[in-house]
Design a protein around this ligand. Structure first.
Ligand code: 2AM
Ligand code: CA
Length: 266
């Protein structure tokens, strides 16, 4: 059994240290590269930050395994044992273009069960953190459980991509939701969107393609606060592949699934 208090203390101190290094990088020249396509960006800072975490984890917890977006971790085909799921910079496009609206996201799992979630909004110095069963905090502030709400009173995180022609969903499906919701927002970082639901700034978040490192930390926090996370078909997320994702306050999740997503039968 891992000593979760010890893991939590180290994880938080490494996240803060990595954040400090990222803030310092703002005054230096970035090296920007592309991955799968011209808009899929990665920088030397994404890579250096992931390598920083891997070095620290391997030194202190050599038996733990690591799944990292930039590929410096282990190749995993299961979630056995303790697994750190790391996105060194979630929202790289924002990091490059805006120097804000990005986060370090780390979810720590034991045999597939969420134990520790950390989302660090580096620029605002807001660390959202959760040790399973001990509540969710934004820095020192304990966040209250999520309350039920309805679409007509909700702000929904949704990228315009999904209501225009795209590869994954009929764009007309979500248009009524955009119309009925109080408002929509798109922050461009799944981790930030989930932290904002946890802290009651947004009510739901919908997207058609996320990787495990985009949601691993957020899922732990949202579920701890009584929120619901599934695919857009209403299924459990698969942590070894990409997923569509609906993150929502309770009540609202049921309404979106039933009234707008036809209970996943689309
Ligand atoms: P990233 O910045 O770490 O790549 C909105 O763009 C969100 O979707 C971000 O959290 C982003 O994470 C993620 N994202 C972007 N492209 C993606 C892809 N091809 N597959 C999965 N997630 C992606
Ligand atoms: Ca990333």
């Amino acid at each position: 059994m891992a000593n979760w208090s010890e893991v939590d203390t180290y994880a938080k101190s490494w996240v803060k240290e990595a954040g400090e290094n990222i803030r310092k990088s703002f005054s230096k020249k970035l090296t920007i590269m592309t991955k799968s396509n011209a808009n899929d960006l990665v920088t030397d800072i994404d890579q250096g930050t992931e390598q920083f975490f891997i070095k620290k984890i391997k030194e202190k917890f050599p038996e733990h395994r690591i799944m990292g977006e930039e590929g410096f971790g282990d190749k995993l085909s299961n979630l056995d044992g303790v697994v750190w799921i790391i996105d060194p910079i979630d929202g790289t496009m924002n990091f490059v273009h805006q120097q804000r609206n990005f986060a370090i996201s780390i979810g720590i799992y034991e045999n597939g069960e969420g134990k520790i979630g950390l989302i660090y909004d580096v620029v605002h110095d807001e660390l959202y953190h959760c040790k399973k069963g001990h509540g969710v905090y934004m820095n020192d502030l304990k966040l209250p459980p999520l309350k039920e709400t309805e679409v007509s009173k909700a702000i929904i995180g949704l990228n315009a991509t999904w209501v225009t022609e795209n590869k994954r969903i009929d764009p007309s499906l979500l248009a009524p939701l955009v119309k009925e919701a109080r408002g929509t927002r798109s922050y461009g970082s799944a981790a930030i969107e989930m932290a904002y639901i946890a802290s009651n700034r947004v009510d739901a978040y919908i997207t058609l393609r996320l990787a495990p490192w985009d949601f691993a930390a957020g899922v732990i926090m949202i579920e701890e606060l009584g929120g619901v996370v599934t695919t857009l078909k209403g299924e459990k997320l698969n942590f070894l592949e990409n997923n569509s994702v609906l993150v929502s306050k309770p009540g609202l999740h049921k309404e979106i699934m039933k009234e707008y997503l036809n209970n996943g039968n689309w």
